[in-house]
Ligand binder design. Structure first.
Ligand code: GAR
Length: 191
């Protein structure tokens, strides 16, 4: 069960997936490729693990280029692990129910266009939330709107900054992304 991982940044969640695969915790899942929409440290992690990685520049035609790459590598499903472009067009139906996104809040709260990374944590703090967390969900034609696979919660502390909250959530993301990847690999493998 080939997995394509899409990234844009440092790739700690990609690393969690790589480590999980090595430890035999992705079931039938195997990371077959990593694509970034910009030069990113995540690609170094792929390289170090011997996984093919490439840059498909953000912008016009990105989703179709990724669809083409996904088919080339025979990807059974796609994981957005800190991927900051929005997928659109044919890939959404071609990979319907087979694209998962990781988001650093308890969706449906603090999702949607422009809500990513530190902006999410700032908005959570500004709103005076008592808890936050992360969500893994299936991607549909909206932004952060598809069916939720799993969530993990953390408390928001009175002393929190966006950075400290992000760090607490990151730890939970690394667990959530691996659980979701194993779940998808098992599910799709038995179809
Ligand atoms: C993660 O916190 C992920 O939830 C977030 O980007 C970070 C990537 O971290 N994704 C989004 O904000 C998507 N809307 P990483 O590069 O260390 O895995």
């Amino acid at each position: 069960m080939n997995i394509l991982v899409l990234v844009s940044g440092t790739g700690t969640n990609l690393q969690a997936l790589i480590d999980a695969e090595k430890a035999g915790r992705l079931g039938p899942g195997r990371i077959a490729g990593v694509i970034s929409d910009r030069p990113a440290y995540a690609l170094e992690r792929a390289k170090a693990a011997g996984i093919p990685g490439l840059v498909e520049k953000a912008g016009s035609g990105l989703s179709d280029r990724i669809l083409h790459d996904a088919r080339e590598m025979d990807a059974g499903f796609i994981i957005l692990a800190g991927f900051l472009s929005i997928l659109e067009g044919e890939i959404i139906s071609a990979y319907g129910g087979r694209i998962v996104n990781l988001h650093p809040s308890l969706l449906p709260k603090f999702g949607g266009a422009g809500m990513y990374g530190e902006r999410v944590h700032r908005a959570v703090l500004d709103a005076g939330e008592k808890e936050s967390g992360c969500t893994v969900h299936l991607v549909d034609a909206g932004t952060d709107t598809g069916p939720i696979l799993l969530q993990r919660k953390v408390p928001v502390l009175p002393t929190d900054t966006a950075d400290s909250l992000a760090e607490r959530i990151h730890t939970e993301e690394h667990i959530a992304i691996v659980e979701a990847a194993a779940l998808m690999a098992e599910r799709l493998n038995s179809k």
